[in-house]
Design a protein around this ligand. Sequence first.
Ligand code: COS
Length: 386
Amino acid sequence: MDFDLTDEQQLIRETARDFTDKEIVERSRENARNHHFDLELVRKLAAQGYLGAIVPQEYGGAGLDYVSYGLIVEEIGRGDSAVRTVVSVQTSLVCSAILKWGTEEQKHHYLPKLCSGEWLGCFGLTEPESGSDAASLRTRATRTDSGWVLNGSKMWISMGNHAKVALIFAQTDPELAHRGLACFLVDTDQEGFQPQEIEHKMGLQASDTASIALEDVHVGEGDMLGEIGDGFKVAMSALDSGRYSVAAGCVGICAGCVDESVRYATEREQFGRPIASFQLIQSMIADMVLKADASRLLVWRAGFLKDKGRPNTLETSIAKLHATEAAQECANTAIQIHGGAGYVDDHPVERYFRDVRVTTLYEGTSQIQKLIIGRAKTGINAFVPA
Ligand code: COS
C-alpha cells in the first residue's frame, strides 16, 4: 500500500477541508443549538458531489474511489457529525446498496436523484425490538396482486422524516429467518408511511432521526433490491460501506480534537506560560495524535481493500471499532485540556463529546464489531451461545 495520496486525492482532501471550514463549521453550533436539520447545507453538499462520491458518473455520482470518499468524510466529520451523517446515510447505506443490488433501471431511476440531492434516502433496518440481532426484525411483507404490502415499525432512522425513498427491510416468511428477508424501495409519499421525529437526543441535535410506523405501505412488484431472501445480505453489504463512513468521520473527530486542543493549549496560559508547555498536557495531546493516526491508517486500509475489490468486512469492523472508540477517548481528553471552557459550546469539543457517543452504538455496536473480529480469527461464532 502506497501511503502517498495521489495529486487528485490531495486536491479532494484540501477541497473538502476548505468546504468544511467555510460552509459547515460556520453553522454547526447554531444548527445544534436550534436542533436544525439544515436543508440548505444538504443542497451545498450535493452541489459539491458529496452525496454520491462513490457512485459512478454514469449514474450522476462523482465516480471517486473509497480512499477519496474516506478523505471527504473525515473532513466533514471534523466539521460536524450531524452533517457527516447525511453524507454517510445517503452515500453508503442508500446509494451503495442500490449500486450493488439494483437493476440498471433502478440505478438510473434512483441514483441521479439521490446524488443531486433532489431526493434524500433512509435505511430502515433497525426496529424497536431488533437492533444487534438484525435478522430478528418483525416488519412483515405480504404479497398482493400488484406487489407487496408492508406492516411494522422502524426505529432510529436517520433522515426518516425527510427521505423521499426508504430502503425498508421486511420479513416475507418468518420460518426462513434471515433467508426470508427482503429489501424494498419504498416511496415515502403515502399515507401508511408515518415518520415521527425522535427528540431529546444526547447529541447529533442537527441530525434528523425518526421512528417510522408502517401501516399497509404499498410497494410495487419490481421495487425490491435483489431477490426475496437477499435482504440480509443487502443490509450487511451496505453496512460494510456505512461502517467505513462512520469510521472515517470519527478520524475527523480525533483530528478535530487534536487541532482544537493544540490551539487552546498554546494560547491558554497558567503559571505564567502556555499550558502546552506542561508535560502532562503534551502527554494528552500525544495520546490523541496516536489515536488519530492509527484510526486513519485502519480506515485507509479498509478503503484500499474496497478499491481493490477485495473482501473487507473484517478490516472495516476493525477500523470502525478502533476509530469510534478512539474518537470517544479523544473527545473526552480534549475537554480535559480545555478545562471549564470545554464544558460549554464555545468550543467544538463539547459537541464532539456529545455527538461521538452514538458512534459506538449505531451501525453495529463495538461489541458486535468485536464478535465479528473474534469469529473471523477463531472460526467460532460467539453471537449466539450454543
Ligand atoms: N456482505 C454480504 N453478505 C453478508 C455479509 C456481508 N458483509 N455478512 C454476512 N453476510 C451473509 C452471510 O454470507 C450469510 O449468508 P448465507 O445465509 O448465504 O450463509 C448471511 O449473511 C448471514 O451472515 P452471518 O452468519 O454473518 O449472520 P449472523 O446472524 O451470524 O451475524 C451480525 C450477523 C450479528 C453480524 C449482524 O446481525 C450484524 O451486523 N448485526 C448488527 C446490525 C447493525 O449493525 N445494526 C445497526 C444498523 S444502524 S444502520
